[in-house]
Design a protein around this ligand. Structure first.
Ligand code: NAD
Length: 492
């Protein structure tokens, strides 16, 4: 089978097969179709991988269907052991996984290693622990007894975006722990970490067909998955446009269950009584880490008017400079964005920001080099209705505006079609409570941003989607409830 050898962090030589992973074997697409993968830090060709077509998707589904018959009956302790075994292997090969992600997406190796890969391991271990704790309820009914069972859904699919490999683990871990089998479609611009993961799944001896991993284009392989009548659930993370299409396709085919994790336009709200140092640290991180290509990015920063000028000046000082370059090197503090399309989209929003009359504090320009590097950018006094305050940029672009009262900021925070995440900075517990109740958002952090943990549900409201990854809520998403009712007959 074709493979590619690349040099990762610490000079590590990494070889991964580049085929479709079906039945624990790598094979090319039946048609021989391939996708070229680019290194966005250099603009150069990195690898060529197989591109699954509809017939390959069907092959993966048939393999998964066969695997499901036995996997759903595998003892929960064995499922736990296999997930923990996979976690051990991911931990062992963390350098390779993080290097591949850095090479193909431009994310800093250090961020991938410490956050993306680490959270992937945590999710595998967290859901391994749930495998034997999928209890139902015992219910009282007149003249009888009822109980519920949490049962797997069957053959499921996960379609994931390019910005973090950990999202795939948010889906694989609960899917397997609850007895489902899964076809994972990796993103066309970052397929290589998926090829590595496939190797580890085979090495962990997870039975063939329980996880099939296919690379392919969204409108071909992704579309074929969403149309397939034997797939009973799709867990999707990506853009709202594609999410809507998957939902529509489900309605037109077999009404497969769909969960959608879509974008966001997260508000970070800084009150005058907040710990300023702390607020500056998190608000800066919230829009610059991974170049803001984070669905939960804190891209709208609202600051109370009495500290506004001081905050804006400090924020600009701290977030403007970065050392851009090779994401594998420890001295690099800014990687490239994921591809040329992403760069152009962000530059287009810079233009819109200028046109809106907002004040450009810093950045806005492409940085030197062959890769797709863009300066950290911030606009101040951004109008609430400006595109950069309403639309997801998915780039290192902060939109800052002042506010005065509590009611005003609640209205502004909720004035968006999105509702994924929000951050509130204050030392007043009453304000923090009121905002965490009133903000329309799947997640709110107080005096921090992000704080991702396997134990905490992740997902949105409004047009950010529905369904939850992580936490015990994810178990609901990956199971179905069966109610069993007994009529207790009179005894003599
Ligand atoms: P995207 O929607 O273009 O692609 C996501 C995945 O969907 C890819 O694997 C792609 O191949 C596939 N796809 C594309 N067309 C498809 C189709 N017709 N049918 C089925 N699958 C198809 O998104 P992207 O550009 O990869 O990622 C960026 C977007 O994802 C941003 O909007 C961002 O906010 C969002 N995102 C959300 C979260 C979250 O958890 N809420 C996390 C990361 C990214």
């Amino acid at each position: 089978m074709a493979s590619v050898t690349l040099t990762g962090a610490e000079g590590r030589s990494i070889t991964v097969p580049t085929g479709l992973f079906i039945d624990n074997k790598f094979e090319p697409a039946t048609s021989g179709a391939t996708i070229d993968v680019e290194n966005p830090s250099t603009g150069k060709h990195l690898a060529t991988v197989s591109a699954a077509q509809a017939e390959d998707v069907d092959r993966a589904v048939q393999s998964a269907k066969k695997a499901y018959v036995s996997w759903k009956k595998v003892d929960s302790g064995e499922k736990r052991r296999l997930l923990n075994r996979l976690a051990d292997l991911v931990e062992r090969d963390a350098v390779e996984l993080a290097s591949l992600e850095a090479l193909e997406s431009g994310v800093l190796y250090g961020v991938s290693r410490a956050l993306h890969v680490q959270e992937s391991i945590s999710n595998l271990r967290y859901f391994a622990g749930w495998a034997d704790k999928l209890d139902g309820d015992s219910l009282s009914i007149p003249q009888g007894l009822a109980y519920t069972r949490r049962e797997p859904i069957g053959v499921c699919a996960a379609i994931v975006p390019w910005n973090s490999l950990m999202i795939a683990f948010w889906k694989i871990a609960p899917a397997l722990a609850t007895g489902n089998v899964l076809i994972l479609k990796t993103p066309e611009i970052t397929p290589l970490w998926g090829c590595k993961l496939a190797q580890l799944i085979a090495e962990a001896e997870i039975p063939p067909g329980v996880v099939n991993i296919i690379t392919g284009l969204g409108n071909i392989a992704g579309q074929a998955l969403s149309e397939h009548n034997d797939i009973k659930k799709i867990s999707f993370t990506g853009s709202p446009g594609v999410g809507r299409r998957i939902l529509e396709t489900s309605a037109k085919t077999n009404l497969k269950k769909v969960s959608l994790e879509l974008g966001g336009k997260g508000p970070s709200i800084v009150f005058a009584d907040a710990d300023l140092e702390n607020a500056l640290f998190w608000t800066t991180l919230g829009i610059t880490v991974s170049n803001g290509q984070v669905c939960a990015a804190g891209s709208r920063i609202y600051v109370q008017d009495t500290i506004y000028e001081k905050f804006v000046e400090e924020f600009s000082k701290r977030s403007r400079d970065a050392v851009h370059g090779d994401p594998l090197l420890p001295e690099t503090t800014k990687g490239s964005v994921a591809n040329k399309a992403q760069l152009d989209k962000i530059l287009e929003y810079v233009k819109k920001g200028k046109e809106s009359g907002a004040r450009l504090l810093h950045g806005g320009e492409r940085l030197p080099g062959d890769g797709y590097f863009i300066a950290n950018t911030a606009f101040a006094e951004v109008d609430q209705k400006a595109p950069i305050m309403q639309e997801e940029v998915f780039g290192p672009l902060a939109s800052i505006a002042p506010f005065s009262t509590l009611d005003e900021i609640i209205a502004k925070a909720n004035d968006t079609s999105y509702g994924l995440s929000a951050a509130v900075f204050t030392n007043d517990v009453n304000k923090a409570f009121r905002l965490s109740e009133e903000i329309e958002s799947g997640m709110v952090t107080v005096n921090a941003w992000g704080m991702i943990h396997a134990n905490t549900p992740f997902g949105g409201v409004k047009e950010s989607g529905f369904g939850r990854d992580m936490g015990k809520e994810a178990l609901e998403d990956w199971t179905t409830t069966k109610t069993v009712k007994w009529n207790i007959l009179p005894t003599k």
